[in-house]
Design a protein around this ligand. Structure first.
Ligand SMILES: Nc1ncnc2c1ncn2[C@@H]1O[C@H](COP(=O)(O)OP(=O)(O)OP(=O)(O)O)[C@@H](O)[C@H]1O
Length: 352
């Protein structure tokens, strides 16, 4: 089956793509889900999810709020029942040896009157063989604050401590549900390095996150969930190449730009570069798509020629965030609900 969305990612409802495909590494998968479904009353939290995760892979699961990410993690860790075929290390999730699994749930409230060190000690004590508490605290950047009660820690320090409790058993398979939420940039880096080190040592990591830069950096493969279905999957660079769109030049203007100004800039770019450009008014100014680095000067001339007074310019290559915004439709929603071009059109090779 295709590993990217051949279906309508705009929501008209064909079955989700298989999150396996040609990017999937060879070897027995550690995690398999086939036709996974979970309903809460009328809500289809998971609506036929297929995926597989290979040993040693960092697998990223992304999608908007309510897409079903946490439900899928819960189903794969046996903390909720779901229909379909779910196998972890070849067994149903609830039959897997817990010492092989690490789980950082999205919401986790450990006892508040224990110190970070006591908490890691406590969770380590649940296993026959656990890692050294001090080393684990050091891994997550909590060595200096290890003697503070959990309840007195900042939000980011709490999250770091929770990550420590999830890795203290040195799991073969680690589920991290939004591990870096609330963690400052230095702390995020520490967690990223930890994930990279664990993966290099052979741990399989199943990561959900809203931080696209994090997923793009860490994940070997990504699956994007929307309304309980996988709408795209594959290696991040391939998803970006297929769905990320063109490089863009953003001109930040003092006031909102008009469609007339955008049309004038488009005419100027056409005249100078011969391309048929896409120029759109954004919340903060104007965006010219398809501008290669060598054409930035001509695009700036077109802005000047149209009388656009801009405060700053930025040029960027497409990223996983662009894929996300395109396939969720958020890119278009940002322009005040303009749905003229649907995300499905973008998936099917529309304007890039
Ligand atoms: N215990 C529950 N009871 C009823 N509905 C639930 C329950 N858990 C999840 N849902 C619903 O299932 C859908 C998927 O929720 P889920 O938490 O899996 O999404 P998510 O992708 O993890 O979202 P977020 O990014 O906000 O964490 C949502 O519509 C949610 O309201």
């Amino acid at each position: 089956m295709d590993e990217t969305a051949t279906a309508d990612a705009g929501g008209s409802g064909t079955a989700g793509a298989d999150a396996g495909g040609s990017d999937a590494p060879a070897g027995d998968p550690v995690v398999v889900g086939e036709g996974v479904r979970k309903a809460y009353g009328d809500v289809d939290a998971l609506d036929g999810v297929d995926l597989d995760v290979a040993a040693g892979e960092v697998f990223g699961l992304i999608g908007p709020n309510g897409a079903g990410k946490t439900t899928l993690v819960r189903a794969l860790t046996g903390t909720t029942e779901a229909e379909g075929d779910l196998r972890v290390f070849g067994a149903p999730p609830r039959e897997v040896d817990p010492s092989r699994i690490g789980l950082l749930p999205q919401s986790f409230d450990p006892p508040a009157r224990l110190t970070a060190r006591e908490l890691v000690d406590y969770y380590g004590g649940l296993y026959d063989a656990a890692r050294d508490t001090e080393a684990v605290l050091d891994d997550v950047g909590m060595a200096d604050d290890a003697d503070a009660w959990y309840e007195t820690l900042s939000g980011g320090q709490k999250r770091r401590t929770c990550v420590a409790t999830a890795v203290v058993n040195d799991p073969d398979l680690l589920f991290l549900d939004e591990p870096t939420t609330g963690i400052d940039p230095a702390g995020r880096r520490a967690i990223h390095r930890l994930i990279e080190r664990l993966a290099a040592d052979g741990t399989t990591v199943f990561l959900t996150s809203h931080a696209m830069d994090e997923v793009e950096r860490l994940a070997d493969r990504v699956a994007m969930l929307r309304d309980g279905r996988v709408v795209a999957s594959g290696a991040p660079d391939r998803l970006v190449a297929e769905h990320g769109g063109a490089p863009r030049l953003d001109a930040a203007t003092a006031g909102p730009a008009t469609e007339e100004t955008a049309a004038a800039v488009a005419a100027g770019v056409r005249e100078r570069l011969g391309d048929d450009p896409s120029v759109e008014a954004t919340d903060g100014g104007l965006r010219v798509r398809g501008v290669r680095p060598e054409a930035i000067g001509a695009a700036v001339d077109a802005l000047d020629g149209a009388g656009v007074a801009f405060d700053s310019l930025s040029w960027s290559e497409p990223s996983l965030e662009d894929v996300y915004l395109r396939l969720t439709g958020e890119e278009y929603a940002r322009r005040g609900g303009d749905t003229e071009e649907t995300p499905a059109a973008a998936v099917d090779g529309g304007e890039r």
